[in-house]
Design a protein around this ligand. Structure first.
Ligand SMILES: Cc1cc2nc3c(=O)[nH]c(=O)nc-3n(C[C@H](O)[C@H](O)[C@H](O)COP(=O)(O)O)c2cc1C
Length: 203
């Protein structure tokens, strides 16, 4: 079996989901996966971004990270999504990315992708679980294999115990307020393990 190919796809305005995506990337590399770290296309007007110093800073920080494309989904055995909550749902930039995959979806190229998702919100009960579950609903349409962390590791408990996917509350400048690094890494390694089983089984 070749290396598991992992695409880590994130949206981030103030840096929290970017940090989680970086931890996900490290976890993938630690277990020998081939990893692509990718952002989704920004959709907000420049005038809105320019008016927010932290958003501007994040945009600059991630400027060299490639924008995810359909080919990345086709290429990957496993996908990790990291997306902030917006009014209890996923940020529209991520939704747009999912919505423009109709082409590969209609050709069956999203089938059997192993998927796991992470999120953040300002408030513990502000939509972290709902955002991840909304993303998973789309993944069911894709015929993906959703691999949530459940309670498969101790790290989940110190991270706030979200069994759907690791999530964190954030401060106003995007500071990660929960102890989630180990949970992110466990979640990603578990998804890679399952992707490896599927890859081997298909050979
Ligand atoms: C338009 C907008 C809507 C938001 N809606 C929610 C919400 O429903 N619940 C919540 O707790 N936080 C909400 N937030 C806070 C974001 O979820 C938070 O800024 C984000 O998780 C930080 O992630 P990032 O640093 O990766 O951008 C909202 C933020 C914005 C800008």
């Amino acid at each position: 079996m070749g290396k598991v190919k992992l695409a880590v796809i994130f949206y981030s305005m103030t840096g929290a989901n970017y940090q989680m995506a970086k931890w996900a990337t490290e976890a993938g590399q630690d277990v020998g996966a081939e990893v692509r770290l990718l952002k989704v296309q920004e959709l907000a007007p420049d005038s809105v971004i320019e008016a927010n110093s932290k958003w501007k800073e994040t945009k600059e920080e991630i400027k060299d990270i490639p924008v995810a494309k359909s080919e990345d989904i086709e290429w990957a055995d496993a996908l990790v999504f990291s997306v902030p909550t917006r009014f209890g749902n996923m940020a529209s930039q991520m939704k747009q990315f999912l919505d423009i995959q109709g082409g590969i979806w209609s050709q069956g190229k999203t089938v059997d992708k192993v998927v796991t998702a992470m999120s953040s919100a300002q408030n513990p009960h502000g939509g972290q679980e709902g955002t991840i579950k909304a993303l998973y609903a789309s993944m069911m349409h894709w015929g993906a294999v959703i691999v949530p962390p459940g309670y498969t590791d101790e790290s989940l408990f110190k991270a706030g115990g979200n069994p759907y996917g690791t999530s964190t509350s954030v401060g106003s400048k995007g500071e990660i307020l929960d102890d989630v690094e180990d949970a992110v890494k466990h979640q990603v390694k578990r998804a890679i393990k399952v992707a490896g089983w599927i890859k081997t089984g298909k050979q």
